[in-house]
Ligand binder design. Structure first.
Ligand code: BES
Ligand code: MN
Ligand code: ZN
Length: 501
């Protein structure tokens, strides 16, 4: 989708549609007021008739509004002005984009950014509009041969006169488009089923990104190289699969050579059957989404490269399938991780932590500033936080605070859970340094406790995205989260650096 800034006169644009907001109850927003003037009170008449009250989520399409040059006017309910916060703003934009698309409108002038909620400015509203409209119109049609129902809305235009505002808006559009692109990439990869999206496919995608962006370089380690590095935990998970495992390393250099990088580590299980500890059949197809952490790392790096952020970022993706087989790892098997610590695998379905622990140890060689791992790690996280907040744990309160703030700012929220010492006992093993499971109680926390044993030298945080990375039911599909959070975190880091200089 295309987003443009122009300076025009409202109502005088020869365009398929103009979009303006209506507050509850029947209150015209500034753009609506102007359009009402141009149309000599037509909007006021419509509002008086009661066709639209202005409730958040309402839309009303008007055709041939008198004295205007546009084909249609879309009125969008924006709710009460004082209740319009960032989340409500996003919902309104999504509803507007959906209504435009449903009507088959190809191009629209959108005045919603003038309604930036308190504490937010125009560039914020433009960026959020771009991100939200693009996301609302996302479709996954790659594998359909008919009934594709592609999005029809192609172009959105923001009408701004002031040159400074125009400049800021164009920058906001660039940012919004970069984030939307990264998010769409994450969704595409996640929605692809396991027979298409293999570890090798993820590696090819990473190579494709690196070809496209000169600041990105990629290295792909095969199983031989992992053996040489003693990645016994990762390789144990990969044993049951015919698909070879991959460790993908993507380096983005936007900062100085000596600048310590932010490292993102993404779980890339391209299908999780549970292995020998096999999962029950219902909804097992959703375990194709067990690579959403990996997808979010690729999506974030894509956005960062598009935006040319001035910092260094490393993406590390351990990737394999978790399947049962005569050669598969078995409950009770004991493996040695790259760190040298031994692990008793009591449940082969707790495989995410096994591939992550070796990837986290591997990350030490980059002398990272911070390390964030992203993983669809535990069903317990879905029970604890539902589908709204990602779980967040880590060993550094400053880093946790920064991630929580980036979540709030981007609307892609996370919630901290305690990484209490007492939980560590649940990982005791009679035969190895630790077990890979800690029992039913506090499952998200014991999983993070496991990872914490491999991050003692690192400033580290863990995002459990089991609840937030995809939706089930009739809305089944990847959400592209937490790409917005990760990109916001990296943007914030750049701004912080700038302030310190
Ligand atoms: N990929 C799953 C986590 C998951 C489950 C995400 C359901 C979303 C929905 C992970 O590999 C897993 O199977 N975890 C186990 C851990 C348990 C065996 C300790 C779980 O959560 O049941
Ligand atoms: Mn599993
Ligand atoms: Zn898994």
């Amino acid at each position: 989708m295309e987003f443009l800034v122009k300076s025009t006169a409202i109502g005088k644009q020869q365009t398929p549609c103009v979009v303006v907001g209506i507050h509850e109850t029947r209150r015209l927003t500034p753009a609506a007021q102007q359009l009402d003037k141009v149309s000599r009170g037509y909007l006021t008449t419509i509002l008086k008739r009661g066709d639209i009250k202005g409730k958040s989520g309402e839309t009303l399409m008007l055709h041939n509004v008198p004295w205007t040059q546009c084909e249609r006017v879309l009125l969008v309910g924006c709710g009460k002005k004082k209740e319009l916060d960032a989340a409500a703003f996003g919902k309104i934009v999504a509803q507007a984009a959906t209504a435009l698309d449903k009507a088959g409108v190809k191009e629209a002038y959108c005045y919603l950014p003038e309604l930036a909620p308190d504490g937010h400015d125009l560039p914020w509203a433009v960026r959020r509009t771009v991100e939200t409209a693009a996301d609302a119109l996302y479709r996954f049609n790659q594998l359909k041969t008919r009934d594709k129902q592609n999005a029809r809305l192609r172009r959105m235009i923001f009408d701004l006169d002031d040159p400074d505002q125009q400049r800021d808006a164009r920058r906001a559009i660039r940012e919004g488009k970069a984030i939307a692109k990264g998010r769409a990439l994450a969704k595409d990869l996640a929605n692809l089923p396991g027979n298409h999206c293999t570890p090798t496919h993820l590696a090819e995608q990473a190579k494709g990104l690196a070809e496209h962006h000169p600041a990105l370089t990629v290295k792909v380690l095969d199983e031989k190289k992992m053996e040489a590095l003693n990645m016994g935990a990762l390789l144990a998970v990969a044993r049951g699969s015919r698909q070879p495992a991959r460790l993908i390393v993507l380096e983005y250099q936007g900062g100085g050579k000596g600048d310590k990088p932010c490292v993102l580590v993404g779980k890339g299980i391209t299908f999780d059957s549970g292995g020998i500890s096999i999962k029950p059949s219902p909804a097992m197809d959703e375990m194709k989404y067990d690579m959403c952490g990996a997808a979010s790392v690729l999506g974030a790096l894509c956005a960062v490269a598009e935006m040319r952020l001035p910092l260094n970022v490393v993406g590390i993706i351990p990737s394999c399938e978790n399947l049962p087989d005569g050669n598969a790892v078995k409950p009770g098997d004991i493996v040695t991780s790259m760190s040298g610590q031994t692990i008793e695998i009591l449940n082969t379905d707790a495989e995410g932590r096994l591939i992550l622990c070796d990837a986290l140890t591997y990350s030490e060689q980059f002398d990272p500033d911070t390390v964030i791992d992203i993983a669809t790690l535990t069903g317990a996280c879905v029970i604890a936080l539902g589908k709204h907040y990602s779980g967040l744990l880590g060993n550094d309160e400053q880093l946790i605070g920064d991630i929580l703030a980036a979540g709030e700012a981007s609307g892609d929220v996370a919630w901290q859970l305690p990484l209490g010492k007492d939980y560590q006992q649940q990982l005791k093993s009679n035969f190895a340094d630790m077990a890979n499971i800690g029992g039913r109680e506090g499952g998200t926390i014991t999983a993070a406790c496991f990872l914490s044993r491999f991050t003692e030298k690192l400033t580290w945080a863990h995002l459990d995205i089991a609840g937030t990375a995809w939706l089930g039911g009739h809305k089944k599909g990847a959400t592209g989260r937490p790409v917005p959070l990760l990109v916001q975190y990296l943007i914030d880091r750049c701004n912080k650096q700038e302030r310190q200089e």
